[in-house]
Design a protein around this ligand. Structure first.
Ligand SMILES: NC(=O)c1ccc[n+]([C@@H]2O[C@H](COP(=O)([O-])OP(=O)(O)OC[C@H]3O[C@@H](n4cnc5c(N)ncnc54)[C@H](O)[C@@H]3O)[C@@H](O)[C@H]2O)c1
Length: 337
């Protein structure tokens, strides 16, 4: 990676703020562009503390990724862009498909165009396993045909195409990372559609019952945020050309009842389960074929679910201090290089 700024759009969000911390820790100058719609000031507290220790600079710019002038300005002096800003909610995209497409797809059009204009070499895009829809076969490889089932998924697929077109034209190197179910500290448990682990842990910390939709046997590929950050770091630093699409998952399926068992253990009591009917549109099973990430990025997820849940529980339950040294850098290296 260059010594110039790395631009992180959506850097005040859950995944973005962890990425910012890791880049600063390793001495890279970081610029954040965020409109703070779901991002939070406090997510950047640690980043400011790291920057204050010297060694790397942090600039936080408030603005909208759709704003041409703003994005042109923030692109100045950047060597790479990690584009995370989006409306990251399937449910919200169902309620407001036009608005969500405008941010997620339209924002990507603007970010990529301004990156090309500014001569930025590399764009790493946060895509999603949602592009696969309800895949008939597991694990899901990148060769599985995309079947987006929501405006959110459609906007992510369209965003990938924007990146790929620019890469095919030789204008940038593009890496589209299809994140599976990311979890970790700072994930907002705010809505019924937030990451299920954050909702369970927030309920456990508050002593409230957890809500389970369906029988709890639905599976997901849960990947810890520090591993995701390592994948992004690898996508920034590996010698790649053209366009690359890579799954970012563990290759392991876990059902929700298994997650609850681990949380029961952590919380020291059995959480009350409140059962609700399955939700429309929820897919039954999901799991990444994560081999391409190994071949292309030299990356694999290294954080065992129990360890990731322990760190995340520590954050949700307020016992975070003692865990800080370990949650960010799981065994196996911290920079993905
Ligand atoms: N968390 C997951 O499990 C997951 C899975 C697949 C893909 N993703 C993708 O990863 C990215 C980051 O997700 P996250 O979980 O950290 O969500 P998040 O909501 O915490 O982060 C998104 C960030 O983008 C910012 N943002 C939104 N609209 C913006 C705009 N118009 N201009 C500037 N900034 C804007 C928000 O304020 C927020 O800080 C998203 O693109 C999301 O779709 C996340």
């Amino acid at each position: 990676m260059d010594d110039t700024f790395t631009l992180v759009t959506g850097g005040a969000g859950f995944i973005g703020s962890h990425l910012v911390d890791a880049l600063l820790t390793d001495g890279h100058d970081v610029r954040v562009l965020d409109d703070f719609s779901t991002g939070k000031d406090e997510n950047l507290d640690e980043a400011w503390a790291l920057a204050a220790q010297g060694g790397a600079g942090l600039q936080v710019m408030e603005g909208d990724v759709r704003d041409e002038v703003r994005v042109r300005d923030v692109m100045d002096g950047c060597g790479a862009v990690v584009h995370l800003a989006a409306v990251p909610s399937v449910a919200q995209s169902m309620e407001d498909p036009v608005g969500c497409d405008s941010v997620t797809h339209g924002g990507t059009v603007n970010v990529v165009r301004q990156a090309v204009e500014a001569g930025v070499q590399r764009v790493v895009l946060a895509s999603s396993c949602a592009v696969y829809g309800d895949a008939a076969q597991l694990p899901i490889a990148e060769t599985t045909p995309a079947r987006p089932l929501s405006p959110y998924a459609g906007a992510k697929l369209a965003s990938e195409e924007v990146c790929m077109d620019a890469a095919d034209a030789g204008q940038i190197t593009a890496v589209c990372l299809r994140f599976f179910n990311v979890y970790g500290p700072r994930q907002d448990p705010g809505s019924a559609y937030s990451g299920v682990i954050s909702r369970f842990l927030a309920a456990a910390a508050a002593g409230e019952p957890v809500t389970l939709y369906g029988d709890g046997r639905q599976t997901r590929d849960f990947v810890y945020v520090a591993d995701v950050v390592r994948a992004i770091r690898a996508a920034l630093s590996r010698p790649l050309v053209g366009a690359t699409v890579v799954n970012v998952g563990t290759g392991r399926e876990t059902d929700l009842l298994q997650i609850l068992d681990v949380i029961d253990e952590r919380a020291g009591r059995r959480l009350e389960r409140r059962l609700e009917p399955p939700r429309d549109g929820d897919i039954r099973h999901s799991c990444a074929d994560a081999r391409r990430a190994g071949w292309v990025l030299g990356w694999e997820a290294v954080t065992p679910l129990a360890a990731g849940l322990a760190h995340t529980w520590a954050w949700f339950s307020g016992g975070y201090g003692a865990e800080v040294a370990t949650w960010r850098f799981p065994p196996g290296g911290r920079d993905g290089e």
